[in-house]
Design a protein around this ligand. Sequence first.
Ligand code: C2E
Ligand code: MG
Ligand code: MG
Ligand code: MG
Length: 288
Amino acid sequence: SAKDAGQNMIRFFDSDMDGQLHEEILLTSELHGAVQRNEFVLYLQPILDMQSGRVVGAEALIRWLHPVRGFVSPGVFIPIAEKAGLIVEIGGWVIDQACALLAGWVGQPVLGELTLAINVSAKQFGRGDLDQVLARSLAVHQAPANLLELEITESALINQPEQFVDLLARLRRLGVRLAIDDFGTGYSNLTYLQRFMVDKLKVDQSFVRDVALNSQNAAIVQAVVQMASSLGLKTTAEGIEDSETFDTLRLLGCDQAQGYLFSPPMPAPDFDGWVMRRIENGQTGDCS
Ligand code: C2E
Ligand code: MG
Ligand code: MG
Ligand code: MG
């Protein structure tokens, strides 16, 4: 009967919830160990100038190489790290690795001019000492602040208290750049764009994905690009997987491109070679 089916569904739903909760508890405890044993790896994904096809930077994306599970996606473990209070330590590791990479690029042809973006969790911003953490790491590694870009999601920006504005002002004084990640998914009040003095909007993948086929997505991207341009902000489209999408976004006036069409994220040590090969090949077209 329908009632039995309903009861079965409830039981099934309950045990599924149990499973998820159990998995989360397990991952939380394993994540503590991962921090101690440093099971993290930094990957880099190139970011290109849309018009010239030149590499202009990279985004650093963390990976957890679990001894048994293999790679665990940051989409899975970052939210757990945030809940478990581990994000500040993990985020600190990312900052340190990024500063070391940037310092290693200084003075090198092409590499020396690239921007390196890192993702920063709302919890890291919320502590209020992010400028000091960054200043220390930049100084230790002798890395150029103006080539470090912080990506923070639109939704994380919105829920911040008033003192957040002070932190952003201190970050600007430090000289790092600010980008809003996953733009278009968070909030409709755009006044904060002026208020927070950001440099770049990263158009969310959900608008990028079928922009060549979906005229509504194209209209949204066009509106974002126009608004960004009149506010003096750059736009990056992420998640570009095919050349139709790339061509459409270029026509819509996006500044920068990121996606599997050019390269998936790669282990950081492979990045220099990828850039050099791309330059040898003339830096044009997709180069997978
Ligand atoms: P995000 O910052 O929006 O990063 C872009 C995500 O899209 C990355 O997933 C990247 O691998 C993926 N991607 C890039 N190009 C394509 C494409 O053409 N097609 C598709 N389908 N996907 C593409 P990833 O590396 O799994 O990271 C997921 C999210 O985890 C990131 O989204 C970011 O929010 C978070 N994350 C990653 N690394 C860190 C970190 O070091 N700290 C913090 N707080 N969060 C991080
Ligand atoms: Mg990002
Ligand atoms: Mg994003
Ligand atoms: Mg995302």
